[in-house]
Design a protein around this ligand. Sequence first.
Ligand SMILES: [Zn+2]
Length: 361
Amino acid sequence: MADLTFLRGYNEALVMAVARTLPAFERATIAAATGLTPQAVSKVLARLVDDGLIAPAGVRRPAVGKPAGVYQLVADSRYAIGAHVARRTLRLVLTDLAGAVRDSAVTALPPDFTPGTLLRELAAGVGRLAAGPAGGRLTGVGIGMVGPLDHAHGTVRDAHRLRHWHDVPLRERAEQALGLPVHLDKDVTAGVTAEAWRHGPEFRDAALIMVESGVGAGLWLNGAAHRGAHTNAGEFGHTVVDLSGPPCVCGRRGCLEAVHDRAVAAGDIRGAARVLAVGVVNLVQTLDVAHVVLAGADLLAHAGTYRAEVEQAVRTQVPRADWQRAEVTLSGLGADVIAAGAAMQVLEARYGLPGRVAPPR
Ligand SMILES: [Zn+2]
């Protein structure tokens, strides 16, 4: 027998994915975008109105034909908190159901912090953000963290350059500490999710390149986050670009991250940007992504230089760049991109699909 609970959830997710992207919509708009019958859309809309996630917003009276009910997403009906755990800081944001950042906070983390320290800071920060009007409407907490990390099991396998993070079941421990559902993912995967929400359905094959005490890439392939067989895809900084290069924290030599960081340490930001650009061209050649989004505090501090070098490389080093175009942009969410994406992943897991459904043109 078919699992109707899932089917109902799936139809709701389809409708929410469209509702999220439009200022207002009608039953026919949703039916056209999702392929659901108008009757099925009516049922889903009724349930979503009951849950307070969408609300009627008047009636449109066309010159010809019947009046049509207009609906809107109720952005402040639900909230999520996203956490970006970096090697130096914990950044928290509160987002509404539409993914808009409504509040944020940054706390410094001690060098080489332990899981216990992080959980204490996380609980304190989440408590402060939840103290406002969002408190009773929190869906959960998303955490984006440095890897290697096992999203499926909610375990940090070995965070590079953090000694106390070997096989830590962070999702479970955070759920106990916070009393809320927790979604744990790699920082870069959370970040690329935020960009997918921001860009909409034309963002199908993309990479978020992040430089912030390390180099990583979040992958969005065929309209969804790509995590790979062990959910650890994106260790872009640990791909070798120089066989006789400097030793890397991961144990190999000449990793992109090690060569890049050596240039930064020598004060050569343009050289560092060129190293990153070589890696981005490798990625474009391997995956044929159409969007490259540059992010991370260390990159954004020299945004112009990085963007110029990457853009130039993508335009001149990809053999048929006139046809195989890849757009290079800076993250529009700035320093909040990972935390915001982690919050959006919570909303996505509960209420909707990622940007797979195209709104009607
Ligand atoms: Zn490495």
